[in-house]
Design a protein around this ligand. Structure first.
Ligand code: HEM
Length: 406
């Protein structure tokens, strides 16, 4: 038994601290090769399966009759207590109710709807990068933090003066497994507090929109309540979900992109020389960085996979970053290569829960890279990146960089 084999058997994949060090990629390579349907016992919980190969991750996500999202959809505290959103929230429903919920907000997230935000978002990124260049040395996590908040806030209908508040609350709600982001002594209390504030914020905004409708998601949530599709509580949870889903993922995607380009400077030179590579660069960022680490599904029936039996009621973690580094699908998977012709990454998920905000995310990352190319000649990482201890997001607490202007 080599060291990785021993580690794989002993390690708890639900432990967020495992992911504070990029060495976890080695462990998952070992799992893909030797134990593609891996059983993870837990001390206080019934344990869960992990699928790590591309083909299996895709198959589980596409078969929502067998692998349901209704119980829970990420590892963590909510598995212990049940999830308030079960069977009610977009991410926690399957079948016709899921379709009905997506229809409430779909038209705010079409490529055409998000294209109308392009010039405004370009200006937001441009300003943030100019400020970072003026400052010389910055924490890039902060530099890019306003882009996703501005994007999702515009779609939802949140006024600009409230963006900093939203940013603070989302960081506390999502990053709460990392003690640096806790606003209360326990991770659970910290996240619950932030979520409660987000819900109350939404309630106020919907009241405003009831009096004064606009072309935004807040207004659609009010209309859906009037049509009997959502209760007020459903609408508030929807709002909370959209802010969270639209925020952390894109922010850490942008930070991860910068780090990838500093690790692979030849790719940076290529992109600066040819902006035609922007779409494939964005796809490669989503593959290589994989901002969403995993999603969880619950088996509705017994399933045999690679000789293991997943029993009805057992949870299955689908590890996106591992699928995205599967050597069966991607050549030289650990190499960041923006010229990959075929890049069927699972960075935005697959199947009925495929990312609702995909068009917005793709546009944000494209604008970010485009403006970065225009303004920044090179970036130097001045201290080791500090990664977020999270099983959910591949992200960073801090990435201190010095930018040199173009
Ligand atoms: C780089 C940025 C992003 C990444 C990597 C990402 C990734 C993902 C992934 C992997 C899923 C599938 C979840 C599952 O299967 O359970 C998903 C779903 C979702 N995403 Fe994104 N996302 C990003 C940006 C956004 C943005 C900007 C929004 C805007 C609101 C958003 C909203 C959502 C929502 C609401 C869902 C749930 C869809 C459903 O259950 O039908 N995401 N995202």
């Amino acid at each position: 038994m080599d060291a990785t084999t021993t580690t794989a058997a002993a390690v708890d994949l639900a432990d967020p601290h495992l992911f504070a060090d990029p060495g976890y990629h080695r462990l998952f390579r070992h799992l893909r090769e030797n134990d593609p349907v891996h059983w993870n016992p837990e001390a206080a919980e019934p344990g869960f399966w992990s699928v790590t190969r591309y083909e299996d991750c895709q198959a589980v996500q596409r078969d929502d009759e067998t692998f349901s999202s209704t119980g829970t959809n990420v590892l963590g505290q909510q598995r212990w207590t049940g999830d308030d959103g079960s069977g009610r929230m977009l991410t926690h429903t399957d079948g016709p109710r899921h379709t009905e919920l997506r229809q409430v907000v779909n038209r705010s997230f079409t490529p055409r709807a998000v294209a109308s935000l392009e010039s405004y978002l370009r200006a937001v990124v441009g300003r943030a990068l100019d400020e970072a260049l003026d400052a010389g040395e910055v924490d890039f996590v902060e530099t890019v933090s306003l882009l996703p908040v501005a994007s999702i806030a515009a779609v939802l209908g949140v006024p600009r003066e409230d963006w900093p508040l939203l940013l603070r609350l989302t960081t506390a709600a999502f990053g709460s497994a990392d003690q640096d982001y806790q606003t209360s002594p326990s991770a659970r209390a910290s996240a619950a507090h932030a979520h409660a504030q987000l819900l109350l914020y939404c309630q106020d905004l919907m009241e405003t929109r009831r009096r004064d409708p606009a072309d935004d998601v807040a207004t659609r949530l009010v209309e859906a309540q009037d049509a009997g599709v959502l209760t007020e509580e459903d609408a508030m949870m929807f709002f909370d979900l959209l802010i969270l889903g639209g925020n952390e993922t894109t922010r850490h995607g942008a930070v991860g992109a910068l780090l990838a380009f500093t690790d692979f400077p030849d790719q940076w030179r290529l992109l600066r020389a040819d902006r035609g590579l922007l779409p494939s660069a964005v796809a490669e960022v989503l593959r290589y960085v994989s901002p969403s680490k995993h999603v969880l599904r619950r088996a509705t029936r017994h399933v045999e996979l690679h000789g293991r039996t997943i029993r009805a009621g057992q949870d299955v973690a689908v590890w996106h970053f591992s699928a995205n580094r599967d050597e069966r699908v991607f050549e030289r998977p650990d190499v960041f290569d923006i010229t990959r012709g075929d890049n069927p990454h699972l960075g935005l998920g697959s199947g009925r829960h495929y990312c609702l905000g995909a068009s917005l995310a793709l546009m944000e990352l494209r604008l970010f890279l485009d403006e970065l190319c225009t303004r920044v000649a090179s970036a130097e990482v001045v201290e080791p990146p500090q990664r977020l201890a999270s099983t959910v997001i591949s992200g960073f607490k801090r990435l201190r960089v010095r930018l040199r202007s173009a």
